[in-house]
Design a protein around this ligand. Sequence first.
Ligand code: ADP
Ligand code: MG
Length: 607
Amino acid sequence: MTNVIKLLPDHVANQIAAGEVVQRPSSVVKELLENSIDANSTDIKLFIKNSGKTLIQVVDNGKGMSFKDARMCFERHATSKISSAKDLFSLNTKGFRGEALSSIAAISHVELKTKTKLDKLGSLIKIEGSEIKLEDSISVSDGTSLAVKNLFFNIPARRNFLKSDTVELRHIIDEFHRVVLAHPKINFSMFHNGNDIFDLRSENFRQRIIHVFGNRMNEKLVPVDENTELLKISGFVGKPEFAKKSRGEQFFFVNQRFIKSSYLNHAVISAFDGLLAPKKIPSYFLNLSVDPNSIDINIHPTKTEIKFDDEPTLYALLRAAVKHSLGQFNIAPVLDFERNSSFDTPYSSNINSFVTPKIEVDPEFNPFNKNESYNFSSTHSDDFYIGINSKSNNKLEPLSEIEFESNSIQSSIFDNDEIKNSNNTFQLLNKYILCKIKSGLMVVDQNRAHQRVLYEGFLKQFTLETPTIQNLLFPLNLNLTSDELKIIKDIEIQLKQTGFSISEYNKDGLFLNAIPVGVKESNVPSIFEELISDIKSEVPNINFSYSDLMAKLIAKSLATQNGKKLTTVEQEFIVNSLFACKEPNLSPSNKRIFITIEISDLDSKFN
Ligand code: ADP
Ligand code: MG
């Protein structure tokens, strides 16, 4: 029989390896930044064109490479970082597999310029799809510049698979965040299509977080510090009241390497036990230092997952440290003071020496009280009726032209206009509105119902030819980070359509000189915050409508919360307006708004 097994040619092997290391432009960004850090650079610049599809270039001031090394570094398994297997157990560098550059060079056009301090002349190498096209000596400054052009030029399937520019840039920025947060002492800057997006100077961890995520972050951080023999924990967790519904600001760095760990994430979340509103995720920025011997980084090519020797102990230490900080900073539980045992460590642990800090409970604390901007005790609060075709509210004059199609089928469920007469509604637990209907009883979720009413009102308003705006006497200043600004700039036209008019941009944010009628100035920052986080997490597609998203967000921020006592007039207003809506069954986020209990259901209970 003939022999059939052959060794794959190097360029094929490299292309296959590239599939694992390089999924998208952001993977290249990660590998190049890490190489610059490993080269002891103190200043690293990242240049991106067309979200990395055209160019990814990293320029550093690190130790550079000799002429021979410059050639060698593109070979498979070429690394200066380990020399034997035992070095794997005491890693102090990001890289060690020696496959990033060979993989990248297999699937793109690469140009390397590099020089060490000792050399007079540097090297220039150009490679296209693993083939060396040019080798020369040039005069360059100390350090390394690596430019990657036309990524996936020879793998059309991969190239076509890339997402929109917005999405790919988002991935790059996420990767950049991880690297710069892990190394606050290093200067980093980032440019996209010639615009500078980040310019970070050497600083401490807290300052770095603030410079990346904006000044608003400052008041949100609670320091965490714990020093044990096994593990050193430092960093910050976000105060529970600032927790968001979307993921994004959760960072673990183990020995200055960003890692993902659902297990450690669970430890942190469980420390917030009872402090978080439902479905909210707190931010955290936590550095864990452990003995390099006690971890295994080599379980995944991108090295974002690692294995710890003693995970249950880490879990318990981390949970205790975060709990301790929250306790120390007098963060009181929000709603549910009862301990949820499902949050306890899933493994038994023998760290009895850890004292769980006592958390002070403030039984009066109601998270919804904070929302002063929505004071609803007055029956005629403007917010309440806003966006509705309400004759009683003169401010809404332009809206009075909008006629809502009243839904005749839905309104017929009420018995002889019963809702219009008083005393037909009753509020339960400051959360549900109960009302009598022909066939029995209806239970309405007040928050969802009000959201639906406001949402339809605003959607009408936003889809009118000219939005109804209120000009602000003093422009409203919003502090935004540069990548947040980028998101807003991209949708400036859509914002204008909904009545948000931007008068000025500057380095730290923007100024609005008009906002839609019905929106309170004090609600604008949180609306923008949610807008930005929604755009980051939900990738806009063709069917995506900014008017719709804005209407949802504004409705959410203005709607009466569960927990608010409503007068009967308000209760009836909500129910009546709900059934004048086009879609009274579902909230803007597609949740059920009301249920009905039939007389026959009740009768059967008394059998
Ligand atoms: P690894 O980082 O796993 O060693 P790479 O393929 O990323 O593998 O890089 C190969 C080698 O090239 C590195 O070990 C290092 O010696 C050298 N190198 C890469 N980038 C730089 C840089 N920016 N400055 C100096 N040396 C570099
Ligand atoms: Mg590397």
